[in-house]
Design a protein around this ligand. Sequence first.
Ligand code: AMP
Length: 228
Amino acid sequence: MDGTDTKAAAPVLILLGPPGAGKGTQARMLQERHGLVQLSTGDLLRAAVTAGTEAGNRARAVMDAGALVSDEIVIAILRDRLAEPDCARGVILDGFPRTPVQAEALDALLADSGQRINAAISLDVEDSAMVDRISGRFTCGACGEGYHDTFKPTAKPGTCDKCGSTEITRRSDDNAATVAQRLQAYHAQTAPLIAYYERAGALARVDAMGPIEEIAAELSATVTRATA
Ligand code: AMP
């Protein structure tokens, strides 16, 4: 990407940060506040695993080990999802790109449709807090709302505040051993993207160690500036 050409095309934002930084939680809030579509390659891959597709079957063991799924699989999944009509509203990418190859593929995909990245926003956190954040998290299986045993419990135990469902799910890779591996993969393969987007003039940074609502407010202001 060259970071210069501002088009009136649909906004494209990227959330960068290690596992546990709050990308999913914040992407869902941005989806509601800014009308953007949250695209999580983790969610897309988990859906492929559940559906038993060929890509899902290839990805399953890699995800359980906390390593990164191949660029080829992830880029193909993202390309297909980006081509769906709702993405014309603008997207917030959560968990993609995660390697320099994916970042370059995204630039090429967007260039093909006359789009560009408005901003890559790094959620800055301390690694030491990530294991606790990840270990306690759970999701409503019906509406996708995210919770945490300590930081964001449901008002009524086992019941989603948002939709009332009791279908609570916990990710199989949210355990201490896998988290350590996922943090290592982040630092080795994904953290270099911060410099990539800084060079492109597209990087923004948000301190993501505080309360969820404060981070959401700062992030929302950053998105407003980046899409003005
Ligand atoms: P996440 O939900 O973003 O934490 O992703 C869960 C797991 O899915 C990761 O640990 C990887 O195994 C895989 N994954 C998600 N997104 C990507 C990506 N962009 N590239 C490679 N692997 C990914």
